[in-house]
Design a protein around this ligand. Sequence first.
Ligand code: AMP
Length: 465
Amino acid sequence: MSFSSLGLSDALMRAVADTGYTTPTPIQQQAIPAVLNGGDLLAGAQTGTGKTAGFTLPLLHRLSTDAVGSKLTSNNSPRAIRALILTPTRELAAQVEESVRTYGKYTKLNSTVIFGGVGINPQIKQLKHGVDILVATPGRLLDHMEQGTVDLSKIEILVLDEADRMLDMGFIRDIRKVLAKLPPKRQNLLFSATFSDEIKALADGLLNNPATIEVARRNSTSEVIAQKIHPVDRDKKHPLLAHLIKSNNWSQVLVFTRTKHGANKLVEQLGKDGIGAMAIHGNKSQSARTKALSEFKDNKLQVLVATDIAARGIDIDQLPHVVNYDLPNVPEDYVHRIGRTGRAGATGEAVSLVCVDEHDMLKDIEKLIKQTLPRDVIPGFEPDPTARPQPIQLRSGGPGHRNGGSGRQGGAPRNKPAASGNGNSSGNKPRSAGGGGNGNGPRPANGGGNAPRGAQQHRSGGRGR
Ligand code: AMP
C-alpha cells in the first residue's frame, strides 16, 4: 500500500515525500481513512507505530481542504483554533507540534504548542496572533483557559494522544474541564497504548460511534527488539554499563533510571569514564532538556539518561540501544521504554541490568509481556548468589525537595488504588516515583477525579506549568 491511495491532498503528499516515507505504517493505513471519513476514532497504538502521522495527516487534510465546515479566515481577522491536540508531556507536545509543522508545511495552516515549565506570556502572544492547530499539555491549557487567553469555542477536531498516560498522570479532571469548554459538535480522536477501564469510561463518554482500530502492541509482536537481562550486583551496574557501552561501541544509548538522583549520579560516573552523557528529568529546566535531547538526536551526545516521565514520547528514529539501568516500578513502563528502540522496522536492542532487589519487578514485567526474557551474565560481572534483596528507593528525595523549578507535572503522590483496572500486578506498591521528591512526577490522580485538585498548591508557588 502506498500513501497515494489514502486520498491525502497534494500539499500533504509533498510533505510526506519530503520525509522520505514510502509506505504508510499499519496504524496510518487504518487511521488516515477513518479520520478522513469524519467520524470519531478510538485507536490502540503506542509510540513508535507512526501514530502521530496517523492523526496529523488526516487532521491537516480536513482542516486545509475545509472539509470540516468552517472557512479559513481572511488575513485581517485572527484565526480561531480549529484543532486541539492534548498530550501528557511537554516533550511529546513539542514533538507532535513539530510533526504538525513538518506535514503541514505546504498548507496555509499554522500551529503552536503550549506547555508548562516555560513562560506563559510568549504563549499568550502566539494565541492572540491566531492559531489553527493547538498542541498542549492539559495543565498549561487550563491556565490559559482560566486567564481567558485561549478560545476553544471553535474546535472542530479534538485529539487525545497517549490518553492512558494522561490518566496515569492524573490529568482526568483537567481533561474533563477542557472537554466542557469545547463545542459539542466535533470530531474526537482518542489514542491510547492500553485500554484500562478508566480509558474505556473516558472513551464511552467522549466518542460517538467510533471506528476502532488497534495495531499490535510492541511488546507482543516486536521481534525486531532483542531483549536481554544482564543479572548483576547492585553496585556493579555502573561499571557493567560502562563496559557494555565501550566493548560494544554503542554510539547512541538511551538509559533509564528510576530516580532523578540516580540519573544525575550516573551521568557523573559515566563522565569520569570518558563517556559523554546528559540527563533529562523533571528537575532540569526545559531548555536543558531540549538541549540534551537535540544533541542526542544529532548524535553529538553518546548517552542520554532519562527518567520515565521525562522520556515519554521521545521520538528518535532508529534508536539502536535502550538500557534499563533500573527496572521501572510500573511494568507497563518497561513496554514504553523498549518501544523507543527498533521503531519503524529498524532492529534494536533493549537490555536490562537487574540486581537482586528487582527480581519481583522483573517477574511482573515478564507476566505482562508474557515472555521470559533471556538472562545473559557478563563475565566479570557475575552476581553474588548470596546477596539479599533490599527495599527499592522509589523516589528521588523527601518532602521539601519537590521544587526543581520544572513545573506543573510534579507533585504529590498519586495514592492511586492498585486496582485501577490496568492489569498491574504490583499490588500496593507505589506505581510511580512521584512523592514529594519528584518534580516531574504525576499529579494526584484522585482515584477517579472527585477529590480536590491537589495541584492548587503548586500554583501559588510560582511553579511553571
Ligand atoms: P510515532 O509512533 O508517531 O511516535 O512515530 C514513530 C516514528 O516512525 C517516528 O520517528 C516517525 O518519524 C516514523 N514514521 C512515521 N511514519 C512512518 C512511515 N510511514 N514510514 C517510516 N517511518 C515512519
